[in-house]
Design a protein around this ligand. Sequence first.
Ligand SMILES: *Cc1c(COP(=O)(O)O)cnc(C)c1O
Length: 245
Amino acid sequence: MNTTAHTETELPRDAFAALTERLRLVQSEIAAECARTGRDARSVKLIAVSKTKPAADIAAASAAGQRQFGENYVQELLSKWNDAALNPLDIDWHFIGHLQSNKVKQIVARVSMIHTVDRLSLAEEISKQAGKVNRQIPVLLEVNISGETTKSGLAPDAVLDAAEKILPLPHLKLSGLMTIASPERECVKREFDEMHALFTRLQTRAGQGISELSMGMSGDFDLAIEAGATMIRIGTAIFGAREKR
Ligand SMILES: *Cc1c(COP(=O)(O)O)cnc(C)c1O
């Protein structure tokens, strides 16, 4: 590795210590919530959501042992993928943003999971493009559990039908479900419980290949763990507040 090329992408020592500390705090909160609810802490994977944050933040979290990172925007994911400081690191990229079908080919060789499949045509495009690079990409179906019209995602009662059509696609592997809960905390527990029920029904229908339930963010991951999440996506609590885009 060429260390001189890295200096400008390294965080100052204080900022590095602060980020590491926030990551440790999140990890210990996950462990505490798992202990409280009788879950094995290894059954909850932490995805560090690094959208809008610089490569230096990602490099710092990686140095602190974080491996899975979530990004929402294709261009940003590509520029981080190509970043000389991040490229050599052992990072699994999760795509968690709204995905246009015409951009699938740009990320299909680079992501370890796509969390946001919300329509059959997108699944078909992922399978087609993944086939060209000889991959089978794990994907999750995004569910609009709160029913808010501003959110993408399948209606809960459309999930099993969509799964039936997506399961036979050769170059993707349907691995579970993802959701973003509504902002009102009093609704969140019921929404996460509904997601878990749907997840269990999908498992019954499609088998143990359905292993991931991606839900819970900085403000509600405790409730998500309680409801059975296997992946939680945390940005703000690790990297600090984001500027509005
Ligand atoms: C931004 C984002 C997150 C992280 O949200 P925080 O509240 O910052 O933890 C998680 N999931 C998705 C889909 C996001 O877009």
